[in-house]
Design a protein around this ligand. Structure first.
Ligand SMILES: *Cc1c(COP(=O)(O)O)cnc(C)c1O
Length: 390
């Protein structure tokens, strides 16, 4: 089949057709989309840039997916992912009505934005302190870099307030005296444990913040399986708290795109109302149901990843790196010499891909995903050889 020629400048009987550019809303034209980590197809690359689990899904999960690949692919999947919600309700000791499934937790975060924040209607020129709370998405930065993108797409205003210098959560008293934090913001995102720093927060300090907020608080627990504690109880104790989780990072299912939100049934029903009817693909649902059945397998694996995290931290510390404490499957580290952005290239030359962020709070650091035991050894060896040449 011949592909049609671009319609640019084509004429119709009524005159020139509009250019594609002129059809796009100015707000969308101005947006910088989210920048995902690279997914290169280089052979023998050690890929430590997007916090994927170094190990494959449990054998029974792979088997369940394989066995589902047949003529049934022509059918639509369960629209509400009920079997998965039921399995998760068992895991979290709640009801399926407390849970909505997303096409990855990114889908959940987008749904939350659309359900709980009013897009602007001309309040743009107001300083954030005077923007009515219903337009406000708020977070403590640095954090997951998707939040500002979601806010831009939706047309919400952003209130970004810095974390403490050590990436700790500021106390309510500190936030009050700082004056910039909005206790009435329609939606507050907290990345907990924090990304990109890796720092974990206790349920007690999260609860203190939650209690002071009058809008919705979303606890984005993408990395919580690698942390000493989680804050799921807050989603049941407070009707203005939603916890977001994902099968991507800890459960080796990035490829399948399954995440979920837990919260009060009325909040969940609002998200359910606006999601796509078939937002979660069938194979993803099957993989996630079997994953929940295999939790003990994954818990053993987390122990292995935590041991690797400790050896990576120890090895890099010995070489003079500043290694920040981590409750996740990655480390934020500051090289002893040389620009962090240059280290990104030096490691790439040695077939190791890590992540570097230009944001001022973290630009002196590299974020390194905790890989397998042999990958950890390779990172330390590469760092040692780079340092020798500096
Ligand atoms: C990776 C990540 C997500 C999104 O994960 P999905 O693959 O969309 O489920 C959400 N929040 C944080 C903090 C993440 O790092």
């Amino acid at each position: 089949m011949r592909s049609p020629r671009p319609a640019d400048g084509a004429s119709t009987r009524s005159g020139k057709v509009p250019s594609p550019q002129s059809l796009i809303r100015p707000m969308i034209q101005a947006i910088h989309g989210y920048t995902p980590g690279e997914q290169p197809k280089i052979k023998r690359l050690i890929k430590l840039n997007t916090n994927e689990n170094p190990y494959p899904p449990a054998p029974k999960v792979l088997k369940a997916i394989r066995e589902a690949v047949d003529g049934r692919l022509r059918l639509y999947p369960d629209p509400s992912a009920f079997p998965l919600r039921k399995a998760l309700a068992g895991l979290h000791e709640c009801k399926p009505e407390n849970i909505v499934i997303g096409n990855g937790s990114d889908d959940i975060l987008a749904l939350l934005t659309r359900a709980f924040v009013e897009p602007f209607d001309g309040a743009l020129e107001l300083p954030v302190s005077r923007v009515p709370s219903r337009y406000l998405i708020q977070y403590l930065s640095p954090c997951y870099s998707l939040y500002p993108v979601l806010a831009r797409i939706h047309g919400a205003r952003v209130n970004a307030v810095p974390l403490e210098a050590d990436f700790g959560l500021p106390s309510v008293a500190t936030l009050k005296s700082g004056g910039a934090w909005r206790f009435d913001a329609a939606l507050t995102f907290i990345t907990t444990p924090n990304a990109p720093s890796g720092r974990g927060y206790s349920t007690v300090e999260l609860e203190n913040l939650v209690k002071a907020q009058r809008g919705l608080v979303v606890l984005d627990e993408a990395y919580v399986d690698f942390a000493p504690e989680h804050a799921m109880e807050l989603a049941f104790k407070y009707s203005h708290v939603v916890v977001s989780r994902t099968f991507s990072k800890a459960y080796s299912l990035c490829f399948q795109r399954v995440g979920y939100a837990v919260g009060h049934p009325e909040l969940i029903a609002a998200l359910d109302k606006i999601r796509d009817s078939y937002n979660v693909n069938g194979l993803g649902q099957i993989a996630a149901v079997e994953t929940v059945a295999q939790i003990p397998h994954y818990r053993r694996q987390f122990g292995r990843i935590l041991a690797s995290r400790e050896s990576l931290a120890r090895g890099l510390t010995r070489l003079g790196f500043r290694v920040l404490p981590s409750s996740t499957n990655f480390l934020l580290v500051k090289p002893p010499k040389g620009e962090a952005s240059a280290w990104l290239d030096w490691l790439k030359e040695r077939r190791i891909l890590v992540r570097w962020f230009a944001a001022p709070e973290v630009r002196d650091y590299l974020r390194i995903t905790v890989g397998s035991e042999s990958e950890v050894v390779a990172v330390i060896r590469a760092a040692r050889s780079i340092l020798k040449n500096l």
